[in-house]
Design a protein around this ligand. Structure first.
Ligand code: ADP
Length: 533
């Protein structure tokens, strides 16, 4: 039996593992396959094959059925468990046809009969390897799809770590990203044995980063083979192999990924760095994409704040003028009291109460604004939906009331899960959109209505307006990012971000509209049942 041949890329010969207890059979098959340019490894039984399997990660295993220690069927099951993308061809004589059928059921690619017809064998091997390549890239596509389906930047590190752990068959994966001081810290990890292991990876990552930008290659560390950039690493287990991969966009460092395997038979090999390179290109894209989406959401929030800022100024000015005039009156009355004049104490007390009322109103508005601007409040607990809707109604008040009559008919006791800031942002967007739709509209009724109800475990909230409505051909484009009919004054992000927010909390948002008659946006969110509350 020989060990895996170290191979260099590109191009790389396909690895095939031949398993047969008959030496002549193995040698013949090896010779024939090598003639075709494949790299072949041999094992004389299932157990030995298993060990090699972990070392070489072959694309194809050709196995005999009857062998000592571990038969072909058992080996096939192990292969499918360990390396699901790897294909298995079962070589069999006529006598073992029942076992062979069982092998097909267990996921064998095909059967070839002994003695082999050489052309049939070549064609079967070529087809199996085609399917292996397809399987391998399909796995990568599936994993990268899971990265891109993660529409929250905060959850992306977890998706990346879990996806990479599966695709690279790693025992532990850590995604290290620069913290506020620019030092690498663990953004998410899975399978690390201790916090100290995370710190060690961060330290090694820092050493790797020192060598940038001249050396951008990943570091591969296996027992007996070190990477100069990392220096000697004693703290790593004796049987552990490690890949440290810088994640770069041009010269910009997004982070470093560390992958560990902890047992000798499954050392990371150079060959696997190719697969890693493809994975990393997806990881880098997903991180960049996530960062941009996060920035877009932040700028949309600022744009929303910008749209309502003028109104907010007015909202604060009114009560503050009111507070000041009451305080002026109180001061006069106190001076009069000091000079021994008669003062109506009930009137004085009312002025104090009015001033307090005005100050509370200002603090409510400031709280609404802070809640809308916060990005860090993702507590995810239950909260009163009406608080978020009322906060939105207050924030958008000037925008809405100067263009329409606003009516709110809200059911009490609807609790939803998430955080009030983003949910209130959704309603600010819908209210401001409704108000803008009514701007300049010549219809006789100008109304905006907000209603809520409970329906099959969900809170259903409708924001409707009696504006011009939306042409049916535009409806499918409404939630697409950057779709706007407002020219330079619109960002086209309000609805797409609102939908992301609502979906993040397990809900959805829909629109229906009749041109000339108005528009209804319906938001639904899972609500706590009355019994639970
Ligand atoms: P923006 O408001 O910046 O254009 P949005 O994503 O919030 O971005 O809205 C996208 C488009 O949807 C708007 O440009 C407008 O054409 C349409 N729209 C949204 N709400 C309404 C509404 N209540 N009535 C009519 N059109 C609407």
């Amino acid at each position: 039996m020989n060990s895996c041949t170290p191979t260099r890329s590109p191009p790389m010969p396909e690895q095939i593992l031949v398993v047969d207890d008959e030496r002549d059979m193995r040698l013949l098959l090896r010779y024939q396959l090598e003639q075709e340019g494949y790299a072949v490894t041999e094992a004389s039984d299932g157990k030995a094959a298993l060990k090699l399997l972990r070392e070489c990660s072959p694309g194809l295993v050709i196995t005999d059925v009857r062998m000592p220690f571990m038969g072909g069927l058992e080996l096939l099951r192990e292969v499918k468990q360990l390396l699901p993308a790897t294909e298995v061809i079962v070589a069999t004589g006529y006598a073992e046809i029942e076992t062979a059928i069982e092998c097909m059921r267990a996921g064998a690619f095909d059967l070839i009969r002994k003695p082999f017809d050489i052309h049939e064998m070549y064609s079967c091997v070529a087809r199996a390897l085609d399917r292996y390549r397809l399987n391998a890239s399909a796995d990568l596509v599936r994993v990268s799809q899971s990265f891109f389906a993660t529409n929250e930047f905060d959850r992306l590190p977890q998706a990346i770590v879990e996806g990479s752990q599966g695709i690279m068959a790693a025992d532990a994966v850590a995604l290290l990203m620069p913290d506020v001081q620019g030092r690498l810290a663990v953004a998410h990890a899975s399978g690390l044995s201790s916090a100290a292991e995370g710190l060690l990876l961060c330290e090694l990552g820092e050493r790797l980063v020192q060598a940038l930008p001249s050396d951008r290659t990943p570091a591969l560390v296996v027992p007996g083979l070190e990477d100069q950039r990392l220096g000697s690493i004693r703290a790593l287990g004796q049987e552990t192999s490690l890949i440290l991969q810088p994640l770069l966009v041009g010269e910009r460092l997004l982070g470093v990924m560390g992958l560990l395997r902890r047992d000798l038979p499954r050392l990371f090999s150079k060959k696997e760095l190719d697969r890693m390179a493809v994975l990393v290109s997806h990881v880098v894209l997903a991180l960049e994409n996530g960062r941009l989406a996060f920035q877009l959401a932040a700028s949309e929030r600022l744009a929303t704040l910008g749209q309502v800022a003028a109104g907010i100024g007015h909202e604060i000015n009114n009560p503050s003028a009111y507070v000041l005039s009451n305080l002026g009156f109180i001061r006069e009355q106190v001076l009069a009291l000091r000079q021994g004049a008669q003062v109506d104490l009930a009137e004085l007390e009312q002025a104090v109460l009015d001033a307090r009322e005005g100050a509370l109103r200002i603090s409510d508005i400031v709280r609404d604004m802070r809640s809308l601007a916060r990005t860090d409040d993702e507590s995810g607990g239950w909260f009163d939906l009406n608080e978020a809707i009322r906060s939105a109604l207050r924030i958008a008040r000037i925008e809405t009331t100067r263009r329409a009559i606003v009516q709110a008919d809200l059911l009490d006791g609807l609790e939803v899960r998430g955080s009030p800031g983003p949910v209130s942002q959704v309603f600010v967007n819908l209210l401001v959109n409704a108000a803008q739709a009514l701007e300049g509209w010549t219809g006789s009724r100008k109304e905006i209505r907000v209603t809520s109800r409970r329906e099959e475990g969900r809170a259903v909230i409708e924001v409707s307006d009696t504006g011009p409505g939306i042409p049916p051909e535009l409806l499918p484009r409404l939630f697409q990012p950057f779709f706007t009919t407002k020219g330079a004054t619109g960002t086209g992000l309000g609805l797409s971000i609102s939908r992301n927010i609502v979906r993040r909390f397990g809900g959805d948002i829909e629109v229906s509209s009749i041109p000339g008659d108005g528009t209804v946006f319906t938001v639904s969110l899972p609500t706590r049942s009355q019994a639970e509350g």
